[in-house]
Ligand binder design. Structure first.
Ligand code: ZN
Length: 276
């Protein structure tokens, strides 16, 4: 791969890093990342992935831009209200970095389409930027079954959490940690409970960091850890989490062989698990 002069300048702060260099930048340009949800988490994640020169970015969302999104979903602007979120996201990315090929999927993920979407471009890494438990368990199970690494995250009020699943490391998946969605109505949604706009910026950017590190083979991922962020106390905690041999999808005798559509979307965080 030959860089042109503009690319050398665009990526110069990466290239100068010994850990990245020309080789690393080539890896980024040849990589493919799928971002599911272009909301509070997916918007900043997709923008930093695009700025970094991830060569192919898939955007999945079945929603249109709403005025109430703009407090945190920074990939969308006021002029985009009413536009498909994937279209708005694609336009922002194209304006930022013409090196990026954006593939759009104007749909919500469910058991009938998620494996096809993941396999569509044989994505290297998946970002879960969704806002409900049904999607989070679906993405987890699909990534485990397809043996794809992914970053889970959730945000609500002033709290955030994230973890990374990497296949083959005997590390926990999301279901190892949380088992199944909470009963309906137990956990409020972001719409009901609110969320500080910057939470997605902090946590979504950490998800992009995990993707970039994974592609470059740098450092240690959050595989085997749950990172929690309390913005009011300005406190990050890295909690060791273990693989569950009885996990329904990645345990010794998995019972989940087909994907499940949980009925009602709830929201991000099991707040009980954050206290301890
Ligand atoms: Zn598991």
């Amino acid at each position: 791969m030959d860089f042109n002069e503009q690319q050398i300048e665009r990526y110069s702060r990466h290239i100068i890093l010994q850990e990245v260099g020309v080789e690393g930048q080539e890896k980024l340009l040849q990589s493919k990342v799928l971002v599911i949800g272009t909301g509070g988490l997916g918007a900043p994640a997709a923008m930093f992935l695009a700025a970094a020169g991830i060569g192919t970015i898939g955007l999945v969302d079945g929603d249109v831009v709403d005025l109430s999104n703009l407090q945190r979903q920074i990939i969308h602007q006021t002029k985009d209200i009413g536009k498909l979120k994937v279209q708005s996201g694609k336009e922002t990315i194209n304006e930022m970095n013409p090196d990026v090929n954006v593939i759009t999927y104007n749909t919500f993920v469910d058991s009938s389409n998620i494996l096809d979407i993941i396999k569509d471009q044989d994505y290297d890494f998946i970002i879960d930027g969704t806002d409900n438990f049904a999607a989070k368990f679906l993405i987890n199970d699909a990534c485990v079954l397809a043996q794809k690494p992914f970053s889970h995250a959730g945000i609500i009020r002033f709290h955030g959490q994230l973890t990374t699943y990497v296949p083959g490391e005997n590390a926990p998946c999301y279901r190892c940690i949380f088992k199944e969605p909470p009963p309906e109505g137990l956990v409020p949604t972001c719409r009901e409970a609110g969320v500080l706009g910057v939470m997605g910026g902090v946590v979504g950017t950490l998800q992009a960091t995990e993707a970039i590190k994974y592609i470059l083979g740098l450092g240690e991922s959050l595989s085997g850890y749950l990172l929690t962020y309390d913005a009011l106390r300005m406190e990050f905690r890295k909690i060791k989490v273990r693989h569950n041999p009885d996990c329904g999808v990645c345990g010794k005798e998995p019972i989940i062989k087909n994907l499940i559509d949980y009925s009602r979307p709830v929201c991000d965080l099991k707040s009980g698990t954050l206290k301890g």
